[in-house]
Design a protein around this ligand. Structure first.
Ligand code: GAP
Length: 488
């Protein structure tokens, strides 16, 4: 654990030093639970989003049955607004049920999550857990809704209240009919979205792991109820393998089925994909993504009204007046199977990932300390970020060995590569220092231009991980990089 704590401190410091992640509004002292991504961080996140979007949607072949899948399926995307009609959150259950239990201290005016009391710190000195000082005066646990409230329009009254979405998922449910009508997809199919979500977390912590503003990558997969179990198992495996294929080691990654008392109000079954983040204790894992079997909860509640559990299924919750407590849209969101001529609510499997948590896991996994020869027969310590090439913020750096003589040829090579990849040109400092900088940025390949380049039009490519150098003709550079970066 001590080593892991040390590792986390080193990673946070590297993120700041290399421009991966900064505290939001840092010059004003920061604001808890909000983060900014710097020049390298923004590229890392873009690459994660693009890998997800490609692997889930644009790269998916709608006509084939993928290995392990019950049948072919279609995928489509969506981008919805962050502020939605307030009734969305009443019908979805978030208005009433999306809360944490919290405890206030009358003495120090702090607020703690009731289930984190044992691991939280009271601001009074010497530092102890809340409730352990004589003066501590804690309330009983009380509900605290996690949705950020805002007002729409010029008037500030209950009618103008709206919420920043706490999940992207509801955008897919309320647009279900729009997507079916316009893209003519047939069951089974998925609708996916990437976007910001907001939760007023009581104790944001562990760097970006629990933030108040974060990005989700969610997919709602609609299928026939009788096939839903098979699809649930398919998506659990698919999503687990996605992380492994992008470099998370499987011994640090687990698939954990939720116990019955952990299930969300809508879920018939959920498995979390969890990673052994270094800020956690030995044998502990933190959630990267949840894969939930949501049954027909969402489409039904947006049609009929907020649902409550009723035996194995759900029933519309009624208020004291016998009418639906929070009514749905009243629109019929059932799917019409034209061949069988039947209408029904499809079941939904939802893989819900966090882009920031994925970025944090890939950063943790990439961080490596090793030793490399310094050219004078000695070994030198180095920090290297071993990102998968698809995720690496910079794909290759072009480095002229001699600033004066080799710069023009090097710039020419840099310009040839630029249309294809995010390539970096660097002529400042010794070649060893420039390699170190690229290693810390996680750049998989360094292309060095030297005296031989002018003579035979060849360059060396240095591999970040193996440190092997290969001499190749400049004319073959684009093909070679293509091959290496795609992992061929
Ligand atoms: N639509 C279902 C849903 O939102 P969730 O488990 O609450 O499920 C999905 O969230 C994912 O979003 C989580 O697995 C996590 O990666 C990410 N996430 C949730 N809350 C977060 C927070 N406060 N900070 C960063 N990421 C968060």
């Amino acid at each position: 654990m001590a080593d892991n704590k040390n590792l986390m401190d080193k990673l946070v410091s590297l993120c700041k030093r290399q421009g991966f992640i900064f505290q939001s509004s840092e010059i004003y002292g920061g604001i808890g639970g909000f983060w900014d991504y710097g020049p390298l961080g923004v590229e890392l996140k873009r690459n994660i989003r693009e890998a997800w979007w490609h692997d889930m949607i644009t790269g998916h072949d709608n006509t084939l049955t993928p290995e392990g899948a019950p049948s072919p399926y279609s995928m489509t995307g969506l981008e919805c607004s962050i502020v939605m009609h307030p009734q969305v959150w009443k019908a979805s259950g978030h208005y009433e049920l999306f809360h944490d239990m919290m405890v206030d201290c009358h003495e120090c005016k702090s607020r703690f999550r009731a289930d984190h009391i044992g691991s939280s710190q009271c601001p009074q000195k010497p530092s102890k857990c809340p409730g352990e000082h004589d003066k501590c005066d804690l309330t009983e646990p009380r509900e605290f809704n996690l949705m950020f409230k805002t007002h729409v329009g010029a008037l500030f009254n209950p009618d103008s209240e709206a919420y920043m979405r706490p999940e992207t998922a509801q955008g897919m449910f309320v647009n279900f009919k729009n997507v079916v009508d316009t893209s003519r997809v047939k069951l089974p199919f998925g609708i996916a979205q990437i976007g910001k979500s907001f939760r007023n977390e009581i104790t944001p912590r562990n760097f970006t792991f629990r933030s108040r503003e974060f990005e989700q990558m969610e997919m709602e997969f609609f299928c026939r109820p009788e096939e839903s179990r098979q699809w649930y198992e398919y998506w659990r495996d698919q999503r687990y393998n996605w992380y492994v294929n992008l470099g998370l080691k499987s011994d640090k990654l687990i698939l954990r089925d939720h116990e019955a008392d952990e299930l969300s109000h809508y879920s018939n079954g959920t498995a979390d994909i969890e990673y052994a983040f270094p800020f956690l204790g030995e044998g502990e894992y933190g959630e990267l993504e949840g894969v939930a079997h949501r049954g027909d909860y969402d489409l039904r509640s947006h049609s009929e009204g907020k649902l409550v559990r009723d035996g194995d299924g759900f029933a519309v919750e009624l208020g004291e007046d016998g009418k639906p407590k929070y009514s749905g849209s009243g629109k019929d969101l059932r799917y019409h199977d034209q061949v069988a001529n039947e209408k029904f609510f499809p079941h939904v499997i939802e893989p819900a990932a966090g882009c920031d948590r994925a970025a944090l896991a890939f950063l943790c996994e990439a961080y490596t300390e090793d030793q490399v020869p310094d050219g004078k027969g000695e070994l030198q310590e180095r920090i290297v970020m071993k990102f998968h090439p698809r995720l690496a913020p910079i794909k290759a750096a072009v480095l002229p060995l001699r600033k004066k003589e080799d710069a023009e040829i090097a710039k020419d090579i840099y310009r040839k590569l630029k249309p294809y990849w995010n390539v970096f040109y660097d002529e400042g400092g010794s070649i060893g220092r420039r390699y170190r900088r690229q290693d810390e940025s996680g750049t998989p390949y360094c292309i060095t231009v030297d005296a031989e380049t002018a003579e035979d039009n060849s360059v060396t490519i240095r591999d970040r991980d193996s440190l092997k150098q290969e001499r190749i003709p400049v004319d073959e550079l684009i093909g070679k990089l293509h091959e290496k970066l795609s992992g061929a």
